[in-house]
Design a protein around this ligand. Structure first.
Ligand code: BYC
Length: 315
């Protein structure tokens, strides 16, 4: 088949909603775009464990500690499903980890902000996982099979994360004057960075047009961001708190909430490595990697021992 015919068959499949699988022919740019997005997504899950892990030893009760440990463990699992999906595109886990640790690979800007108080655990769950879930529900229908299947399971767990975050804030919002203030402060600090999670505005998004044509993305960055603003502006009423944006108001013509301008200079500065915690996150990842070497070696030695035992039995 000529290259033209291969490309046509490939696009026809996508148009007919047939998933692209690892052994199918695909344009090199489709492979690269998926690899870029899936590996960035995996890195975000893994780096995302750090700001939350920060509060495991300081959770206010045994119950809160158990819930937080479960959530952080879920994030590790999400990272692993996603690394496995990315590996089907012809790269190795080692290479991806090296790219993350060297600072070459991107991960979500949101995880370069600090978690200063217990209320941040609520705000991260409600706002950060809330933003993530909107994006990820769309990705359950993405055109690359292994990515779409990983997302189905991830979304089930993310909806638990969002609810636990909201419930944490709900308790604080009904608490003492100090707890209410802590709740409002966390919302104030996490609101704008959460809006930035959806990526640059559509006019600045270099990858969106092609990704939408290939149905890797089904909605644009601005469409998802608007959906998030509409959802959170309603949910916050139940907390009796406010969003730190005076321009939020219902727009009858658009049937959506209007909202203020995002600080895009801050967004790009964080993406380029100059956010409040970029350096700290990479240092932590590199330290963990070095300190975990004996665990990786032990796991490999155990796997090899098991393999030899099976070989002897078969023989
Ligand atoms: N941060 O052309 P665009 C979670 C980059 S983790 C950093 O619009 P695209 C959780 C972008 O990579 C949730 N960089 O890109 C875990 C591109 O640069 P390159 C993570 C960003 O890919 C633990 C450039 O800007 N979710 O749920 O079409 C605890 C131009 O952007 C960001 C995912 O990763 C950003 N925010 O669209 C709690 C979802 N935004 O690569 C929660 C999967 C943009 O060309 N990813 N950039 O050098 C996606 O859906 C898409 O990649 C994005 C961006 C919507 C994020």
């Amino acid at each position: 088949m000529s290259l033209h015919d291969l490309e046509k068959t490939f696009q026809d499949k996508i148009d007919k909603e047939i998933k692209i699988e690892p052994k199918d022919w695909m344009p090199e740019a489709y492979r690269k775009t998926n690899l870029r997005q899936i590996s960035q997504h995996a890195h975000s899950e893994i780096v995302g464990m750090l700001p939350e892990g920060n509060w495991i030893t300081r959770a206010p009760s045994l119950k809160r500690k158990a819930i937080l440990i479960a959530k952080v463990q879920d994030e590790a699992g999400h990272g692993l499903y996603l690394y496995s999906a990315a590996e089907t595109l012809g790269t190795s886990r080692e290479q991806m980890v090296e790219d993350l640790n060297s600072g070459k690979a991107k991960y979500s800007s949101i995880f370069n902000y600090p978690t200063l108080t217990w209320a941040d655990m609520g705000a991260v769950g409600w706002l950060v996982d809330g933003a993530a879930i909107l994006n990820q529900v769309m990705l359950c229908r993405t055109s690359y099979g292994p990515y779409a299947r990983a997302m189905v399971r991830i979304c089930k767990e993310e909806s638990f994360h969002q609810r636990q975050g909201f419930e944490t804030l709900l308790v604080l919002s009904k608490g003492t004057k100090e707890q209410k203030a802590m709740c409002q402060d966390a919302i104030n600090r996490w609101w704008w960075p959460s809006l930035m999670m959806f990526g640059p505005k559509d006019s600045e998004s270099t990858n969106s047009d092609q990704s939408i044509k290939w149905k890797i993305k089904r909605k644009t960055n601005d469409e998802l961001r608007q959906q998030f603003v509409d959802m959170i502006t309603e949910q916050i009423k139940l907390l009796g708190m406010t969003l730190p944006d005076e321009s939020i108001r219902w727009n009858k013509q658009r049937n959506h909430y209007d909202f203020g301008e995002i600080n895009w200079d801050e967004f790009w500065s964080v993406v380029k490595g100059n956010g409040p915690c970029n350096k700290q996150r990479l240092e932590a990842k590199n330290k963990d990697h070095q300190e975990g070497l004996w665990v990786r070696k032990a796991a490999l030695a155990y796997a090899e021992k098991k393999r030899l035992r099976v070989t002897v039995k078969v023989a």
